[in-house]
Design a binder for this molecule. Structure first.
Ligand SMILES: Nc1ncnc2c1ncn2[C@@H]1O[C@H](COP(=O)(O)OP(=O)(O)O)[C@@H](O)[C@H]1O
Ligand SMILES: C[C@@](O)(CCOP(=O)(O)O)CC(=O)O
Length: 307
């Protein structure tokens, strides 16, 4: 009887700056959220079929795991590399709500790849694990930059560019980030298409992508100097651009406004948009808590990170 059981913990992420423009080869900066996890567990299936169980909190709706073709791709690829025909049970347990810009799709793709790699003793190199994870993300999003997968696989802030890959930044900024979940489902695939249609039909929209890239490069430089208020201003400018693409909802704008008048240095949506999370850069935890209290009727959940 095979009692083997492998569990892998993978953490979520938020994009600090550079969502959408990163798809076009521009710079971006993203933060791993170490306390926000999904545990992927692999064991022998109790039935004659392979099964996937999602125990993780998904927010106000349920979706069948089998609907995510990216996960099927991971599962089939690793089973085929291991020449495995034993039916398996894959269980996801944790608290990363889906479709909020917190990276759930990359988290489950990476967690499943790593857990199956261990289960089958495949000893796949890191590059192969990331290649499989990124391909799953492509299946999910259409055109994925690789930023999400790189950040959920990193212990440090990631400075990223598609051409050069991820670079970890271990230095702390010396600030507090408030992450507020609007409770509205984002839609990365639709948002990416919406932005692409706009920039392809209007050169002025394309200039905004350039500008977002410049803002991300500046943020990296300011991070090194720990210039928190300048980064706050960059968040606000980026938010204006993202909203002009039509991917900020009324609730995102409402939450941003409340955060602004209660001491945030800068606020923006984070991730694909059309719902999902709002991030607010604050000087300290006290300000972040105050904003969370003032805005609490507008969001479903929040997290505070010392960055
Ligand atoms: N536990 C899970 N089981 C199956 N699919 C999942 C799970 N978590 C996330 N997904 C897939 O990832 C998608 C969310 O990805 P995405 O839209 O990129 O949002 P996020 O910002 O959370 O990554 C879900 O719609 C679903 O297809
Ligand atoms: C819009 C985009 O830049 C980020 C999407 O982030 P998320 O899937 O919403 O967490 C797309 C990408 O980088 O592939």
């Amino acid at each position: 009887m095979n009692n083997k059981k492998i569990s892998i913990t993978t953490h979520g992420k938020v994009i600090l700056i550079g969502e959408h423009s990163v798809v076009y080869g521009k710079d971006a900066l993203a933060l791993p959220i170490k306390g926000l996890n999904i545990i992927t567990t692999i064991e022998k299936s109790p039935t004659a079929e392979s099964i996937m169980i999602t125990n993780h909190y998904q927010g106000p709706y349920l979706q069948s795991p089998s609907e995510y073709d990216g996960l099927k791709y991971v599962f089939n690829t690793l089973n085929s590399l291991a020449k495995n025909s034993e039916p398996l049970q894959v269980t996801y347990t944790g608290e990363i709500p889906m479709e909020r810009g917190l990276g759930s799709s990359a988290v489950v793709a990476l967690g499943t790849t790593k857990a199956l790699n261990n289960y089958f003793n495949l000893m796949l190199p890191e590059e192969k694990i990331m290649e499989i994870t990124n391909h799953a993300e492509m299946i999910n999003h259409g055109k994925a930059s690789g930023l999400d997968a790189a950040t959920v696989n990193s212990d440090y802030v990631v400075f990223f560019n598609k051409k050069i890959g991820p670079h970890p930044i271990s230095k702390k900024l010396g600030a507090t980030l408030l992450i507020m979940d609007t409770g509205e489902l984002g839609n990365t695939k639709r948002a990416v298409k919406l932005v692409r249609d706009k920039i392809e039909s209007n050169p002025n929209e394309a200039k905004k992508i350039e500008r977002l890239g410049v803002l991300a490069t500046k943020t990296k430089d300011l991070w090194g100097k720990q210039d928190v208020s300048a980064i706050g201003q960059i968040f606000n400018e980026a938010e204006e651009i993202l909203a002009s693409f039509g991917i900020a909802t009324k609730r995102i704008e409402e939450i941003s406004k409340i955060a602004q008048v209660n001491g945030a240095l800068g606020t923006k949506l984070s991730g694909g948009g059309l719902g999902g999370i709002v991030i607010a850069l604050c000087n300290d935890k006290y300000t972040a808590e105050k904003i969370a209290q003032k805005a609490k009727d507008n969001f479903s959940n929040y997290w505070i990170e010392e960055i």
